[in-house]
Design a protein around this ligand. Structure first.
Ligand SMILES: NC(=O)c1ccc[n+]([C@@H]2O[C@H](COP(=O)([O-])OP(=O)(O)OC[C@H]3O[C@@H](n4cnc5c(N)ncnc54)[C@H](OP(=O)(O)O)[C@@H]3O)[C@@H](O)[C@H]2O)c1
Length: 301
């Protein structure tokens, strides 16, 4: 039986990962930020040594992309320092470590999906700190670390684009959504399942991309969401990124390739599949999370 320790367990991905492990009957300790601050090296060493996990999954991160521009040192402390602390603790105990990372390590200007071994070139403070986290883990644990890059995440347990669009469809006659950034909308529950399958497989250590296949734009995703709600997709008005300037530039092209999975063996290590099919599977959970009152009303009715 594999023993798991999940950090950042109060976040969107961490919540779904702990739930997925629990539902599979796998022994898991989920520690949210109050339970374990990953920047505290002594606390990290104590938490890992005390629980003796076979696998640690680091879902803790500074994820405020715009705020990281003005607070890069603080973001670095979490995204690189926290990862390094966990890697050191895992090295001392012989545990494997799964470090969650991001498409933001790339420049976002490619014309084909980014391969796992493409050269990173982050253009934001967030991306630089996450890349430093990848390197901290791979340098300290070359034989027993996985870096799992994901992107465009949505889930029931945190703020995200899909939940925002469900809310705005209820509130506004029309929404402006950028139509010149390309990516792969990805459900946290699918990433959780891939992390579990990866850890149970004989996959070699290294970098893996855990995103849906296919690609769309944010406005393409919004139109799909409106359609699923029975709302008119034409209420989504495509706009260029230049209309919505933000402190951190968003990658124009965030599509990740999945070739590393082809080299893995073991049950359940499958590509996540098409982003639209994943959204359809996830949608009832997302609507229930975003509209709890309506869900209660429906249940009562
Ligand atoms: N969301 C996306 O679209 C996306 C895309 C690509 C990659 N990722 C990566 O996926 C992973 C999970 O992200 P997510 O979407 O689940 O983000 P999230 O909901 O923001 O979860 C991150 C969690 O880390 C916690 N945390 C922050 N600082 C910490 C510290 N010093 N010690 C311990 N915990 C700390 C946060 O707690 P507080 O809330 O209390 O600060 C939060 O619960 C991250 O590595 C992220 O970089 C996410």
């Amino acid at each position: 039986m594999t023993r798991w320790l999940v950090t950042g367990a109060g976040g969107m991905l961490g919540t779904d990962l702990v739930a997925a492990l629990t539902s599979r009957g796998e022994p898991v300790t989920g520690l949210d930020r109050a339970g374990l601050d990953v920047t505290d090296a002594a606390a990290v060493a104590g938490a890992v040594a005390g629980r003796q996990p076979d696998v640690v999954v680091n879902c803790a991160a500074w994820t405020a992309v715009d705020d990281a521009e003005a607070s890069q040192e603080q973001a670095l402390a979490v995204n690189a320092g926290g990862a390094a602390n966990l890697a050191a603790a895992c090295a001392a105990l012989g545990s494997r470590l799964v470090q969650i990372s991001t498409d933001y390590v790339f420049a976002g200007d490619a014309g084909r999906p980014y391969a796992e071994d493409d050269v990173p070139a982050p253009r934001t403070a967030y991306g630089r700190t996450k890349l430093a986290g990848e390197r901290a883990v791979l340098d300290r644990l070359p034989g027993s670390a996985y870096v799992v890059r994901t992107a465009w995440l949505y889930g029931a347990h945190g703020p995200n684009f899909v939940r925002t669009m469900i809310k705005l469809a209820d509130q506004r006659p029309a929404v402006d959504v950028v139509d010149d950034q390309h990516g792969q909308p990805t459900w946290t529950a699918d990433v959780a399942a891939q992390i579990i399958a990866l850890a149970h497989s004989a996959a070699p250590p290294g970098i893996y991309h855990a995103t849906s296949s296919g690609q769309t734009t944010w406005s393409g995703l919004a139109r799909e969401i409106f359609g699923l709600l029975g709302a008119d997709p034409a209420r989504v008005r495509p706009v260029p990124s230049s209309a919505l300037l933000r402190p951190a530039p968003r990658p124009a092209y965030s599509v990740l390739g999945h070739d590393a999975w082809a080299g893995t063996q073991g049950p359940g290590v499958q590509p996540i599949g098409d982003w639209r099919a994943a959204l359809h599977r996830a949608f009832p959970d997302l609507v229930a999370a975003q509209r709890p009152d309506k869900r209660q009303g429906a249940a009562a009715g």
